[in-house]
Write a protein that binds this ligand. Structure first.
Ligand code: ZN
Length: 314
């Protein structure tokens, strides 16, 4: 009897062990199946996303082709317009005399003008080709209210950093000056850019006004009715806008917009797209101090580089 009982207990024990193993295997299998079906679902999602991406790529291809076709049409129209214009201007000697020789621009060449110089030159020069109105050849620029830094020196510092950053990107950079002790008028600076056939002529300045509370960055270019180079106003505005927006993005500076003016000799003498960057206000103590730091200078330079690259790749 005892033996039988013992055997029964052993058999039951073995059965229980087998049962628990079977249950464990079943649980394991259902887990594996669940994971497998999850993977399948994710695969299906990935496939769906890939299909969508392909569709989007096709759409952007079509859009790009349409853009290029539109561009080609525009250039044809522009050429026609130019031909018409040159016909109209043939007999107009007065207008001819205001027009400077236009060189083809070189997309990889950028000219940087660090505004002002150590000693201003109050001798006068015409504000544009053939103009009777004159202006001082070049002034000394502003001074920081808090740091006492001179604008001509700040402009040069930032401009040299901008040169290095653009050269690192493979551009050919020409500086109108690399020291403060020079004597180059605003029209002469523009002529350096013209002569180089620059794709971009960027002029580095800092601002100053009577009020110490005004702060922020602005860029400047000509209007489309500029008698000397109004035909470049569209390109100059595009450049000014791209540099301004990227500058604001990189620095967080107050955006004071693009100022359009035809009173600047350095703009009027240009035969290439140009922008003046008024980086910040030396009359504002905080901005004056900020602009004196390497950290903020690097941010300003990064913004200007991004703007130039965006403009040139547009
Ligand atoms: Zn200035």
């Amino acid at each position: 009897m005892k033996d039988k009982k013992n055997r029964l207990i052993i058999v039951l024990g073995v059965l229980a062990a087998v049962l628990s193993i079977v249950v464990a295997i079943y649980k394991y299998n259902t887990k594996v199946n669940k994971i497998k079906s999850n993977i399948d679902e994710q695969r299906a999602e990935i496939n769906e996303l890939n299909e969508k991406r392909e569709q989007l790529e096709n759409i952007s291809d079509i859009a790009n082709r349409a853009k290029e076709e539109a561009k080609e049409e525009n250039t044809v129209e522009e050429k026609k317009e130019e031909e018409n214009k040159s016909e109209e201007n043939k007999d107009d000697n007065k207008e001819e005399s205001n027009k400077q020789e236009r060189k083809a621009t070189n997309k990889s060449v950028i000219v940087i003008d660090p505004g002002h110089q150590k000693r201003g030159n109050s001798e006068k020069e015409p504000i544009g080709p053939g103009a009777s109105e004159t202006k001082a050849k070049v002034t000394g620029g502003a001074t920081g209210v808090s740091t006492g830094q001179t604008e001509y020196n700040l402009n040069l510092k930032v401009a040299l950093k901008l040169r290095d950053a653009l050269e690192a990107k493979g551009y050919t950079v020409i500086m109108t000056r690399t020291t403060n002790d020079v004597n180059i008028s605003n029209s002469e600076r523009a002529k350096i850019a013209n002569e180089a056939g620059a794709a971009v002529f960027i002029r580095i300045h800092a601002n100053s006004v009577d009020s110490s509370s005004v702060s922020g960055v602005l860029t400047m270019c000509q209007t489309s009715s500029n008698v000397y180079n109004g035909d470049l106003a569209g390109e100059s505005y595009k450049l000014s806008k791209a540099v301004l927006n990227n500058f604001v993005e990189a620095t967080g500076a107050n955006n004071k917009g693009v100022t359009r003016t035809d009173t600047m000799s350095g703009i009027n003498w240009c035969t290439v797209p140009t922008t003046i960057v008024e980086m910040g206000f030396l009359s504002n103590p905080e901005e004056d101090e900020l602009m004196a730091t390497d950290d903020y200078q690097d941010k300003m330079v990064a913004g200007m580089v991004n703007g130039i690259v965006e403009y040139l790749n547009d």
